[in-house]
Design a protein around this ligand. Structure first.
Ligand code: GLC
Ligand code: CA
Length: 564
């Protein structure tokens, strides 16, 4: 049996601070902006807020390159702002979760600077530093953002350091107990300060196999995918167990891991009763269609069998093992509406349908900022419009593979991380009300239609639908079934339908959506008690008189059925 925890009945929200709300006109969102929107989030039904990194950082990878773990980057605010945010959240019974980025730090962190000064000294051992014998790289792993994982150690011609992400993100050496101790100290420092827990970044990368292992090259660059090394690395459980017992466990902290792994025992090991984390993200839908060759080779996974299989796969395997976290998008992915919905469904009705299917799954729903108003991918005309290092690398990967500028841009527009990073759309004023200055990344042109202020007063808006949806999930009468109810897929042979039951001993909920272009009829297996939610006005007062229901194109219905 799953042990009950405080986070099981909650709803979570990811804030990407740089793009959320700017209060001082410098074009960059800040902590004061987050504080000023707490009531908006409370009203939406949010309990847990995950903040993407706000620590001091050169922002080479938008804060995922930390130069000081103990301070707030001045562009985001001050430590006083952070303390105020913690206080204001607490007074609303909300929890703040920070991003824990400890696979790597910034090359501007003092540890790395000291390692460069004296590679053989104490701080050299915080990193992976290897001799550059005849300029031969120790291995041929390709970094996530392109090129080898090795670069010359600044100030040296005879040494390399490793970075599995960007060269401004040197990997920390977890084999060194001193480094691990430093990290645990920092985690406890934040927990003592009042943060409720952490979202744990890129964590699978902390364990490396022997760094002198090369793999068969898989592209013309003669490098090999980093996935090879992830697959070969053994022993990460020891690190994660130690981290949990030294830090999170003592504080009853909530942790959610960014876990990418093909381990068959992953659910048990990471989120089982004795797992490393409280929860981990289910990335099945975002991984579907991916190719090792780069974005230009990724197959679009628009609604269909493959999408259904991905969305339901983890749920089916999960059972009572643990508590997963469900997303349709985050700061590393394009907008779910643009990615997963067919053209005819990319409207408020389709947006509500997608949201319903995701939010009522078993697990914690994580809403990404703007998802609740149905934000969509932006239109990108030239490579210069992008800020994201990953997108720029993927553009060049596509060009190197022989694609034209237009084709490479097309692949990037579909998958660019900047799609999710355009400023939050608050109102119809200039820059969508995000800033009075010049926004650091362009605002999506559709802000005049898609924005919080307009939707707030429209009872049929996506925003008001999300409010109802989250309220239903957390309502006293149904929170038990949505948190702990069994997940059972149904109508699996009706190809345009995506449907499942959530069921406890005395409650049975049916969530059913028609992603198809045509209406479809279904025979209910149990008598209807009531309709709890629908995305079409007509449905609310039309209980089926027999056991047949008709779902229009893009219609979603949530029923309470008899248990029988
Ligand atoms: C994670 C983050 C991503 C970042 C990477 C390196 O995947 O979500 O934004 O680029 O780690 O820290
Ligand atoms: Ca600002």
């Amino acid at each position: 049996m799953l042990e009950k925890k405080w986070w099981h009945e909650k709803a979570a929200y990811q804030i990407y601070p740089k793009s959320f709300y700017d209060t001082n006109g410098d074009g960059i969102g800040d902590l004061k902006g987050v504080i000023s929107k707490l009531d908006y989030l409370k009203d939406l039904g949010i309990d847990i807020i995950w903040l993407s990194p706000i620590y001091c950082s050169p922002l080479a990878d938008q804060g995922y390159d930390i130069s000081d773990y103990y301070d707030i980057d001045p562009r985001f605010g001050t430590m006083e702002d952070m303390d105020e945010l913690l206080k204001e959240a607490k007074s609303r019974n909300m929890y703040i979760v920070m991003d824990l980025v400890v696979n790597h730090c910034s090359d501007e962190h003092e540890w790395f600077k000291k390692a460069c000064e004296d590679p053989d000294g104490e701080y050299g051992k915080y990193f992976y530093i290897a001799d550059a014998k005849d300029y031969k790289l120790p291995n041929n792993w390709r970094s996530y953002f392109g090129g080898p994982v090795w670069d010359l150690l600044p100030g040296h011609t005879d040494k390399y350091y490793m970075h599995v992400f960007h060269k401004k993100q040197p990997d920390l050496n977890w084999e060194n107990p001193k480094l691990r101790e430093e990290i645990y100290k920092m985690i406890n420092w934040w927990l003592d300060r009042g943060v409720a827990g952490f979202r744990i970044d890129a964590i699978m990368n902390i364990k490396k196999p022997n760094i002198y292992t090369s793999y068969p090259a898989d592209r013309d660059d003669r490098l090999a995918s980093i996935d090879n090394m992830l697959h070969d690395a053994e022993g990460i459980d020891d690190f994660l167990h130690e981290m949990k017992t030294e830090t999170f466990e003592k504080h009853q902290a909530f942790t959610v891991g960014e876990v990418f792994t093909d381990r068959p025992d992953a659910l048990e090991a990471f989120i089982g009763n004795n797992g490393h984390f409280s929860s981990m993200f289910d990335f099945a839908e975002t991984i579907a269609g991916k190719s090792d060759d780069g974005w230009y080779k990724c197959k679009p996974v628009v609604w269909g069998e493959e999408y259904k299989k991905a969305a339901f796969g983890t749920q089916k395997r999960l059972g009572d093992i643990g508590f997963i976290s469900n997303i349709i998008e985050n700061h590393d992915e394009p907008r779910g509406v643009s990615r997963f919905l067919p053209d005819y469904a990319q409207n408020p009705t389709g947006t509500k349908m997608l949201g319903t299917i995701s939010v009522l799954l078993r697990g914690i729903p994580f809403i990404y900022q703007g998802q609740e108003i149905g934000m969509q991918n932006a239109v990108w005309n030239t490579v210069d419009e992008y800020n994201d290092i990953n997108t720029i690398d993927q553009y060049h990967t596509a060009r190197d593979a022989g694609l034209t500028d237009k084709e490479a841009l097309e692949a990037c527009s579909r998958l660019s991380r900047d799609n999710a990073r355009t400023p939050m759309q608050w109102n119809t004023r200039e820059n969508a009300g995000f800033t009075t200055g010049t926004p650091w990344l362009k605002v999506n042109d559709n802000y005049t239609e898609i924005n919080v202020e307009t939707q707030d007063t429209d009872p049929d808006s996506v925003l008001n639908y999300y409010r109802k949806l989250i309220a239903l999930r957390k309502s006293p009468a149904y929170k038990e079934v949505f948190a702990y109810g069994e997940f059972l897929p149904v109508y699996q042979n009706t190809s345009s339908v995506m449907a499942y039951y959530r069921k406890t001993e005395n409650q049975r909920i049916l969530i059913t959506a028609n992603f198809g272009k045509e209406a479809v009829s279904l025979t209910l297996e149990y008598p209807v008690k009531q309709i709890l939610l629908s995305n079409m006005a007509s449905a609310e007062h039309s209980l089926p008189s027999n056991d047949i229901i008709t779902l229009n194109s893009c219609e979603v219905l949530v029923f309470e059925l008899e248990t029988l």
